[in-house]
Design a protein around this ligand. Sequence first.
Ligand code: HEM
Length: 313
Amino acid sequence: MDDPNHAVQRKAVAPVAGPRNLASLEPQIRERVIGILDSLPVGETFNWVDKVSIELTTQMLATLFDFPFEDRYKLTRWSDIATSPRKAGLWDTIEERQQELNECLEYMTRLRDERAKNPGGLDLLTMLAHNEDTKNMSPVQFLGNLLLLIIGGNDTTRNSISGGVLAMNRFPEEFEKVKADRSKIPNAVAEIIRWQTPLAFMRRTTTRDVEINGTVIPKGERVLMWYASGNRDEAVFENADVLNVDRANARQHLSFGFGVHRCMGNRVAELQLRVLWEEMLQRYSQIEVVGAPIRAISNFVRGYTHLPVKLHV
Ligand code: HEM
């Protein structure tokens, strides 16, 4: 969506990732991280993706929407339905997919209509219900916004959590460095997000002719912006394939996009990853990947469905 419509809709929900909300989110995130880590088996192999990455991001998303906690896996399901390609195990026909997305719309419309009667909440549905520019959205627009927020907060953070564990195993000396000096965690988080690049690209349509490196892209052309490639650009990132928690320009990565659509939840994602690594490093001497990861079937989401891990205290 282009401005001006995009800007008003973004403004309606942006406070969820603003400083006031972030400050109140941190203790909640920490409590949930601790709850999840304390439930993990030590010395036994388990799937990190299910037990930690999905669980944590789902809990987080339920908090941002103030979504009934016992139903929180619906959020994961809707996100997976929306992003997975046909016949990848989740849906076979367009009708099946639409039916599940309609369930999402109905459920969320009911919650939003309840919230419309109670102003003051800092959750996304209350914000959408009370903002002059978003309270009367058409069902299609409302569903579009919901899916953006659900997917935005789900697959991406999930795969930075799994990707971080994998990266620290591929580059164990980096793990040792952060373990020895926890003040490196924030930069390590940025570097993990660069290294993993949870979304490979976004698409745009050119509004005018443009020349890049001697190639003219005409107006009206559909283009992909390959973040995955930009994040491995050797002209910007030395030894770009290597995870380096001390990388001085790690924060220049493109994983959150660039420009007016730049990720709205980047601070929420970074907060979640920082708290997770702080708590993990307090507990474990090693988070050992003990088998090959299984990649998600997607050319868009760069992530994992399976990451066998064994914890050592
Ligand atoms: C590591 C985690 C994350 C990554 C890698 C990521 C990545 C991205 C990317 C690449 C875009 C598109 C930028 C563009 O088109 O220029 C985006 C947009 C967006 N993200 Fe994230 N995201 C993450 C976490 C989150 C979280 C936790 C939320 C929810 C709170 C979120 C909400 C959004 C929204 C609403 C947009 C649309 C912004 C707009 O169009 O103005 N993201 N994100």
